[in-house]
Ligand binder design. Structure first.
Ligand code: MG
Ligand code: MG
Length: 273
């Protein structure tokens, strides 16, 4: 059963989604070589608590942390660890919060220091594919139109692997509601998109093969060929003509840019000395 949201509920959901965005922006400002993903998880945990919300993932089917921290070949559902991040790592951070009875759920992939050009392109194309999907998320279309747009852009146009085992989802009072929102599929198929439907669209795109496996920790999903993966997620509400994006990457991107400039300033200093 699909739960459609009224205007007041959508505003509450926006608050939850934006709190996730602010949490991710804080991570964007903090992440650097030498930090551990466990430290970043603690930062997120405290921030969410300070904002009178709870972390949606902690305890969800037994997941033990606030954030999923998926480094390099980890696609999603990675555990934060005590390993220090090094330049060249890519970290996908997925966070959910529960506030005022509604969940927000968003993800962003961060570059640590300097990363390979091919990985940078993977991140860019994956983020772009999210917006290609959002363009199709309007009244009158179907879930398959979103799915097809993401698959066409990433797989057909760029030759990347689109993960089949995990999908986006409806969002609301529950973290995962109907319908499922895959990143692959046929135009004109699947559930009809109607006013007030809130969904999380989340392309998980691999540099190499689409195939993944479950790590022995029981949670982490990794690429079968060990190549890196990227993941971006927005919460959106279906309306006429143009989706209402409830989460926001604006502050994350600003923090990311400031962090990168600081990073290259340090490197420049090293070179001069
Ligand atoms: Mg998520
Ligand atoms: Mg999600």
């Amino acid at each position: 059963m699909i739960h459609y949201k009224n205007k007041a509920e959508i505003e509450l959901m926006r608050e939850s989604s934006l709190l996730v965005s602010e949490t991710l922006a804080l991570i964007a400002a903090s992440i650097k070589p030498g930090m551990t993903t466990l430290q970043l998880d603690k930062i997120a945990e405290e921030f969410i608590r300070d904002n009178k919300a709870t972390a949606s993932f902690k305890g969800y089917h037994g997941f033990p942390f606030t954030c999923c921290m998926s480094v390099n070949d980890a696609v999603v559902h990675g555990f934060p660890t005590t390993r220090e991040l090094v330049s060249g790592d890519v970290v996908s951070v997925d966070v959910g919060v529960f506030k005022n009875g509604f969940h927000g759920d968003s993800a962003y992939t961060f570059a640590v220091g300097e990363i390979a050009d091919e990985v940078m392109q993977l991140m860019r194309v994956t983020k772009e594919s999210l917006y290609k999907g959002i363009e199709k998320a309007i009244i009158g279309n179907r879930v398959g139109d979103i799915a097809h747009a993401i698959q066409d852009y990433t797989e057909k146009q760029h030759g990347y692997g689109v993960v089949r085992d995990l999908v986006g989802h409806g969002l609301g009072r529950s973290l995962h509601e109907e319908p499922q929102v895959p990143n692959f599929g046929k135009r004109g198929t699947g559930a009809k998109l109607k006013e007030g439907l809130v969904i999380a669209i989340e392309p998980m795109i691999n540099l190499g093969t689409k195939d993944v496996f479950h790590d022995k920790d029981g949670w982490t999903i990794r690429t079968a060929d060990g190549k890196p993966s990227a993941h971006y997620e927005h919460d959106i509400c279906i309306q006429k003509g143009k989706a209402d994006i409830l989460s926001s990457f604006t502050a994350i991107e600003a923090a990311e840019k400031a962090n990168a400039e600081l990073c290259s300033a340090y490197m420049l200093q090293d070179t001069v000395l």
